[in-house]
Design a protein around this ligand. Structure first.
Ligand SMILES: O=P(O)(O)OC[C@H]1O[C@H](OP(=O)(O)OP(=O)(O)O)[C@H](O)[C@@H]1O
Ligand SMILES: NC(=O)CC[C@H](N)C(=O)O
Ligand code: SF4
Ligand SMILES: [Mg+2]
Length: 432
């Protein structure tokens, strides 16, 4: 998914990146202006592992990465001496922009190519963004100290700002003691010397937006607002509607921490079944969904412990925000059974994830999506659960409270054109 941030100093970007860590754990980097050059620090791993030392020099932009293109070991901001770019999203036609296997590099190189033809930076950015199919919330820094902020015309990914401070999520700006306003879809801002000096539309398109529904379901921090809607409240509504659509006769509702908590509260409220915490997530493991393959399975084993007293002899409803590959839920049902749960009813507060995402989330291959292959009954059998139930797509839309959503991973209907070549290239670039 990735988190991006801009601030007047690299030290403040560091703080913003720590607040956005949940959006990307593979690598982190910061680029800033020193003299008349761009400087960079970054590495693999979490922010604290990747960036050992940072001063207050700026202006600066930064990035925490969860890759969808270009493999796992790349680091953003991608940069040269005079330009740096940090972006969240995925460009499906990156190969039409530049000869590379990484969409972030394709964007930067195509923009620099326009600049070398004699255009100014803002026009060059706009020119390239108009050719792009995909999603982006991006920041570009120049060695002259300008910061360009842009959010794609459909608004897939979040982005908020106050003055020269920009972050993927509103909660990160609040952590820094800032207020915020969301960057609008199709909006470009130019920041110079800490002030917004230009505000423009990027493309002619000003139609229906396609805000990523999965930002509400899983990605964002509960305190954040996405398109004016609070994430925690939307998840609670998902849980409430789920309780009506897929009720269960049970004694206790158990949340799957962390991101299943809000929906479990909603499920408990709407069903009248008491909520209790039985699953204890190891606070040092991080988010397993955004880890590279291989690590997810290892992590699943040590991710949760169970409070026996809460589940022994009980009929349990276990509520998670989403089930993607099923690694987490398989493990949880086993743990609950081992601790003596009498019945286990699995509920997902989002619909079945069946189709790959080409707009910035790593569900590349339908064969990895467990719901694309199995019915609820087959899943119950596979996991040893008594029942399995998912929220409907209509229920999700109602819970979020807007129709201007991308729902493609649930429905297979994409809000942008995706060609067969895009699909092949995406898969290849992702695994490179
Ligand atoms: O079906 P799977 O492929 O196992 O993926 C789904 C799980 O992964 C996510 O949790 P994660 O641990 O990433 O983060 P969280 O602590 O924010 O819930 C999500 O909330 C589900 O629990
Ligand atoms: N999840 C994202 O936003 C990824 C950004 C970009 N596609 C990359 O892989 O570097
Ligand atoms: S396909 Fe799913 S994850 Fe991707 S942008 Fe659309 S709603 Fe978000
Ligand atoms: Mg989870």
């Amino acid at each position: 998914m990735c988190g991006i941030a801009a601030a007047r100093g690299a030290d403040e970007v560091y703080l913003l990146l720590e607040s956005l860590q949940h959006r990307g754990q593979e690598s982190a980097g910061i680029a800033w202006v020193e003299g008349d050059e761009i400087k960079f620090v970054g590495g693999l791993g979490l922010v604290k592992e990747a960036i050992k030392e940072v001063t207050d020099k700026g202006p600066a932009i930064g990035h925490v990465r969860y890759s969808t293109s270009g493999g796992y070991s790349r680091i953003q901001p991608v940069h040269n001496k005079h330009y740096a770019l940090a972006f969240n999203g995925n460009i499906v036609n990156f190969y039409e922009l530049w000869n590379t296997d990484w969409d972030a590099e394709a964007l930067l190189m195509a923009i620099i190519n326009e600049i070398t033809k004699g255009k100014d930076v803002v026009s060059s950015v706009k020119e390239v963004l108009r050719r792009v199919r995909g999603s982006y919330s991006l920041l570009m820094l120049t060695s002259k100290g300008q910061v360009i902020v842009a959010r794609d015309p459909k608004g897939f990914r979040p982005l908020a700002f106050e003055g020269a401070y920009v972050a993927s999520e509103t909660a990160a700006l609040e952590d820094l003691g800032k207020g915020w306003k969301e960057v609008e879809a199709n909006e470009l801002l130019l920041i110079e010397e800490g002030e917004i000096v230009r505000k423009e539309r990027i493309s002619e398109y000003d139609g229906k937006r396609a805000y990523c529904a999965f930002e509400y379901v899983y990605f964002e921090r509960p305190e954040s607002y996405f398109n004016g809607i609070n994430v925690h409240e939307s998840r609670k509504r998902m849980g409430m509607i789920l309780a009506k659509e897929k009720p269960a006769d049970a004694d206790v509702v158990i949340p799957v921490p962390d991101s299943g908590r809000s929906a479990a509260i909603g499920f408990s409220r709407a069903s009248g079944i008491p909520l209790d915490e039985a699953l204890v997530k190891n606070r040092y493991v991080g988010r397993s969904f955004i880890m590279p393959p291989g690590m997810r399975e290892k992590i699943a084993i040590k991710k949760y412990g169970v409070v026996k007293e809460v589940v022994e002899g009980k009929r349990v409803v276990v509520v998670d925000d989403s089930i993607i590959r099923g690694t987490t839920m398989k493990r949880i049902v086993k743990l609950l059974r081992d601790k003596g749960a009498k019945e286990v009813h699995v509920r997902s507060a989002s619909p079945k994830v069946r189709a790959p995402c080409y707009m910035g989330i790593d569900f590349p291959d339908p064969k990895e999506l467990i719901a694309s292959m199995k019915t609820e009954e087959e899943l119950a059998e596979l996991w040893g659960a008594d029942s399995v139930g998912y929220l409907s797509v209509e229920g999700l839309v109602k819970a979020i409270g807007t129709e201007e959503l991308c729902l493609a991973c649930f429905t297979g209907k994409y809000p942008i054109r995706i060609t067969e070549e895009d699909k092949v290239r995406h898969l290849r670039a992702h695994r490179s």
